[in-house]
Design a protein around this ligand. Structure first.
Ligand code: MEV
Length: 314
């Protein structure tokens, strides 16, 4: 039996903009997707025991099978003849927006490699998971699979010319509490990414300045993280949320979660991931503030994950 795991992630700055070459900042969180793989005859069967949004596993089933086929091809295994029993579990909930698909792809790729005694470097696993991500996101930037593979706090910039992406480790002076609130809505990342690309193409006068702002924002955020200026990081998250609203990827539930988090004293709050449902994240330094914000959101009937960014080793 082969075993593997992949980190969940939270995008702090730049989702959607990263697809078009703008830098983004992502942090792995202390939850993982885990996979176990054993060989069998021909067909591929997936037993998905991850907890999370109702309907997440069913909704993603077709994309998941396509992603496994893509991975097998990239690993030079024949999807027609390779039979697999795949078990998925782990502490990462199947909320849209936390990189659950990328984390599971990394976990499955590592587990398949284990079962077939294939040896892949982390970079190769990252490339395999990127192939798998295409099934879920259409034209992914690669930020999710990069965080799922390497973990940590990362600066990411997609190389639009097709060469290696820029991946740099950032460090926070100490880990900081955040909360993640789930709208409970299973989002279709592929449709969201496509929608942004179409609107950008149709309306460059509106979209190009927003993309320019997103780039400046990422650079300022990197500096604020470096200086451990959490108030500034929070303010920039708020600005990032308004940019995401302007490019049409927020929704009323996400805006409600952001508003509640801010009312309760969060330093900053924004949607995280593909939007259109999925999750919101709020910067809540200190356990007291984290708990206050989490409780208020739970009181409104949403599920919450309490976690930290900038964890050195998970
Ligand atoms: C999804 O977690 C992040 C997006 O920017 C898509 C991507 O970067 O591949 C929406």
């Amino acid at each position: 039996m082969g075993k593997g795991s992949g980190f969940g992630k939270v995008i702090l700055f730049g989702e959607h903009f990263v697809v078009h070459g703008v830098p983004g900042i992502v942090s792995a969180i202390d939850s993982t997707a885990n996979a176990k793989v054993t060989r069998k005859n021909k067909t591929i069967e997936v037993k998905d025991e991850r907890r999370g949004s109702k309907g997440y596993a069913e909704e993603k089933k077709i994309q998941q099978l396509e992603s496994i086929n893509r991975m097998l091809k990239k690993m030079k295994l024949d999807p027609e003849t390779t039979g697999l029993n795949i078990w998925l579990g782990g502490s990462l909930p199947g909320f849209s927006g936390l990189g659950a698909s990328a984390a599971s792809s990394v976990a499955i790729a590592r587990a398949i490699a284990g079962e077939f005694t294939l040896s892949f470097s982390d970079q190769e696993i990252n490339d395999i998971a990127y192939e798998a991500e295409k099934a879920y996101a259409g034209n992914p930037s690669g930020i999710d699979n990069t965080a799922a593979t390497f973990g940590g706090l990362l600066w990411f910039k997609k190389n639009l010319a097709g060469g290696s992406n820029t991946i740099e480790k950032l460090s926070l002076r100490k880990p900081v509490e955040i909360i993640i609130g789930s709208t409970g809505i299973v989002a279709n990342t592929k449709a969201m990414v496509k929608g942004v690309a179409e609107r950008k193409k149709a309306n460059p006068q509106k979209y190009n300045p927003l993309f320019k702002k997103a780039e400046e924002l990422a650079i300022n955020a990197r500096n604020a993280i470096h200086q451990f200026d959490l108030m500034k990081v929070g303010n920039l998250m708020d600005v990032n949320h308004s940019l995401l609203q302007e490019i049409g990827v927020s929704c009323k539930e996400l805006d409600q979660l952001v508003e509640t988090a801010k009312e309760q004293g969060a330093y900053g709050a924004k949607l995280t991931g593909g939007g259109g449902g999925g999750c919101m994240t709020a910067l809540t330094p200190g356990e007291d503030l984290q708990e206050k914000v989490a409780k208020a959101i739970e009181k409104e009937g949403f599920q919450v994950l309490r976690t930290k960014i900038g964890i050195k080793r998970i």
